[in-house]
Design a protein around this ligand. Sequence first.
Ligand code: ADP
Ligand code: MG
Length: 321
Amino acid sequence: MLDIRGLTKRYKKFVALDHFDLHVDRGELFGFVGPNGAGKTTTMKIVAGLLRPDGGSVTVEGHNILKERAYVRECIGYMPDYAGVYDNMKVFEYMEFYAAAYQIQGLQARERYQQLLEMVGLSGKINDYVEDLSRGMKQRLSLARALIHDPRLLILDEPASGLDPQSRYHLKEVLKYLSREGKTIVISSHILSELSEMCTDIGIIDKGKMILRGSLIDIMDQVNQNNPLEITVYDGMEEAARILREHPKVQTVSFNYHKIVVNFSGSHEEEARLLNKLVMNGVLVYEFIRRPGSLENLFMQITEGKEEVMIQRFHQAEEGE
Ligand SMILES: Nc1ncnc2c1ncn2[C@@H]1O[C@H](COP(=O)(O)OP(=O)(O)O)[C@@H](O)[C@H]1O
Ligand SMILES: [Mg+2]
């Protein structure tokens, strides 16, 4: 459905997307997760045709977004992270305006937006001014607007951010419903737990690169067998870092002062040998424990502490590796 290859985007000298790859299959409810500044909005804007990439390619149903704009426009519904201010516009006028942008007019437009407003729970607000709606309602309106031309692929940029728990729950239900109706949905968030309850698939982006991609089930399996090791080192940090980086069963290493958190896929024996190797090489280890694995742990390693955390490398646990 959506295929992104080698996507690169620079803002002046700053590289926001660095040969970024992503493939989303038809029918997926894909959670696009990453800390603030990872490149989610940039990716989504490029897919929606609002921002020009510097390199790479994006196709939707096999159609190149730059060469076949009209096709892609019909195909995609985009909900921006921040919807602009609409002075003196009522909810129905807002919907009519966007319907007209897709050549949907008159009775057809009205039927369509009434149906959508009902779905997002805004039927009672049809004559209200957009600017008077609460944040949650504006988000729902923005979602309804993105659906006006019945797109097959929905690109939603942090739709749940700033919502109270009730609105969030409602949004989740609407997205699940849309997914069941056959829409392919890409939804971004900087909070993994926000997505893990509803998404079928997850991709984690950090610093313009995809760090991890897979079905939620596979990722959970992987996380459980890769419970992170927490190693606290009194002295010999550099040597420890070298040993860990070279270890074939180490997937990510993050450093935080004296503490090292390591995603490690080895057996108990390999774990013991790793400890032995650290000690034999003069690293003064004073704590070496397995932390219970969770999706949140994995994500925290990528996001917590920002600069202190370095993603050394990540390769998905492959059989027989
Ligand atoms: N218009 C812009 N000019 C300069 N830098 C930008 C611009 N838009 C985004 N960036 C930078 O690109 C990086 C990625 O931003 P963004 O795609 O918005 O990330 P996310 O949506 O994941 O938080 C950030 O470091 C951000 O500061
Ligand atoms: Mg963003």
